[in-house]
Write a protein that binds this ligand. Structure first.
Ligand code: HEM
Length: 474
């Protein structure tokens, strides 16, 4: 690991940090969780929910409740210890201290029917033998797909941007979210499952919408979708939606992967000792939830960061055209430091998976930059990345999007503190940690997309949801 930036080194020298009681409270039974839930979704929204409490308690570590809660989530405990600076958040990566069993989205676990009655690997702790089996299977899929990843990416990007261009020729603005998801669905089915959606007309036509419905029903109790309040609180955040509403969609996706992804499924059975069911449901989960879901949030924020900044576009264009050879590969984007830095900076400012959780395996002492706190076995730590990634002791001008922040030696050192993948960007996913298996492929894919765009276009205008002008490369 490289040296910490001077600011953190300075903080770390203060070895004699005061021991402090964790501030904050969970409030009265039922009322405390309900009031916090209304603040979280309605009156404050997540970012200011955490920020206001951080300011109130003058601490980056405090007790609060997070949704879902009351009235129909009786077996969900909303009590958490928020960890909101880089140092306290990093305890979530120490698996001697925290257990990652069934805490992917907090104490709430969607009905196991959503994943074929199987607890998929992403919900498993490293102490569960099945976790290693599943993770090695998924890492093997990534390794094997590397021979087709870039060619599939580029040919599907051609289709996406031809499509956007042609719609734009008849209108002043193109909303690109749906075509982007169609692109992601086709591309990810091919590279991860070895399954081509065009072989199944129903899936080619509606596979992406089926995934969206399956995802939405699992996540609705934990996210805000911005519909009129109090309707959202009453109808979306008060109870969990049952699986049967999307069972038809999920069965269609299951049958598609089973039939069209035979080789990939077979590899899971023969090479990794999984049952056919385990291989299919784990593959579908990582394809639909982690990959498709993750990129669907991340890519619009990347396009937004670029499409609104013409000075940055000039620099990106120069680098994408002068470096990396005539054909784009993952090696070529490694020669594009600004392109990569823009990708990292977008992940810092807008981490696609904003919340991370871990349950204390034992009593331990948790350290923030300025204090030490006692955590009891069984308590749930909750990190809100959006604030953690704006830790001013680590990142200069943390609220500013600085495109070149991660360039040069100083920038490379900051990768130790970029946590979007549930681990530092300078670390590696292994069988004994819970870091995203797609950590490298995600940033390289996003970098390649940026390079592709600036070889194809001189300029791009738009935002996180639509494109308003495209100037073809001269
Ligand atoms: C932009 C896209 C992606 C984002 C934002 C993302 C983010 C994450 C995060 C935050 C976690 C940790 C969750 C937790 O336990 O708290 C995770 C885990 C994981 N991700 Fe990704 N991911 C993305 C794409 C991918 C891709 C393409 C793969 C392909 C295989 C993948 C495979 C996994 C797996 C297998 C895990 C579980 C690791 C384990 O159980 O040890 N992810 N991802």
């Amino acid at each position: 690991m490289s040296l910490p930036p001077p600011s953190l080194a300075k903080a770390a020298i203060a070895t004699e940090l005061p021991i402090r009681q964790i501030p904050g409270s969970y409030g009265l039974p039922l009322l405390g969780p309900l009031s916090d839930r209304l603040d979280y979704f309605w009156f404050q929204k997540p970012e200011s929910f955490f920020k206001k409490r951080m300011e109130k308690y003058k601490s980056t570590v405090f007790r609060t409740n997070v949704p879902p809660s009351f009235p129909f989530f009786t077996n969900v405990n909303p009590n958490v210890i928020a960890v909101l600076d880089v140092k306290s958040f990093s305890h979530l990566f120490d698996l001697d201290l925290v257990d990652k069993k069934d805490v992917l989205i907090g104490d709430f676990v969607p009905d196991v029917n959503f994943t074929g009655k199987i607890r998929v690997g992403v919900y498993q702790d490293t102490s569960e033998p099945q976790h290693s089996k599943v993770k090695s299977y998924l890492m093997d899929i990534l390794k094997r797909s590397s021979s087709i990843w870039v060619s599939e990416l580029v040919s599907n990007l051609d289709i996406l941007w031809d499509n956007i261009e042609s719609t734009l020729s008849n209108s002043s603005s193109v909303s690109y979210f749906s075509p982007l998801q169609q692109f992601l669905f086709t591309f990810l089915c091919k590279v991860l499952a070895g399954a081509d959606p065009s072989r199944d007309p129903k899936i080619a036509d509606s596979g992406s919408a089926m995934l969206n419905r399956w995802l939405a029903l699992q996540l609705l109790p934990t996210v805000s979708i911005g519909i009129l309040q109090p309707l959202e609180e009453i109808f979306l955040h008060s109870f969990a939606y049952p699986f049967f509403l999307v069972s038809g969609d999920y069965n269609n996706l299951y049958n598609f992967v089973k039939q069209q992804g035979k080789d990939t499924i077979n590899r899971g059975e023969v090479g990794f000792g999984l049952t056919q069911e385990e291989a299919i449901h784990n593959l579908l989960f990582v394809l639909g939830f982690n990959s498709y879901g993750g990129f669907s949030i991340f890519l619009p924020s990347l396009i937004d960061a670029i499409a609104s900044n013409s000075a940055l576009q000039e620099k990106l264009k120069k680098e994408a055209r002068e470096n990396g050879g005539s054909t784009l590969t993952f090696d070529s984007v490694k020669e594009m430091p600004l392109v990569q830095s823009v990708v990292y900076e977008t992940l810092r400012m807008n981490p696609p998976v904003p919340l991370q959780f871990g349950r204390a395996r034992k009593d331990f002492r948790l350290t923030s930059h300025d204090s030490v706190y006692d955590v009891k076995k069984g308590e749930l730590l909750c990190g809100f990345q959006k604030l953690v990634m704006r830790d001013s002791l680590i990142f200069d001008e943390p609220d500013r999007f600085k495109p070149d922040r991660f360039t040069e030696e100083k920038g490379a050192q900051l990768l130790d503190y970029l946590y979007w993948s549930n681990g530092p960007q300078s670390g590696s996913p292994t069988l004994s940690n819970k870091q995203c298996a797609g950590k490298d492929v995600v940033t390289l894919t996003a970098s390649l997309i940026v390079a592709y765009l600036f070889r194809r276009y001189d300029s791009i205008n738009g935002d996180g949801s639509s494109i308003t002008a495209l100037q073809k490369a001269s």
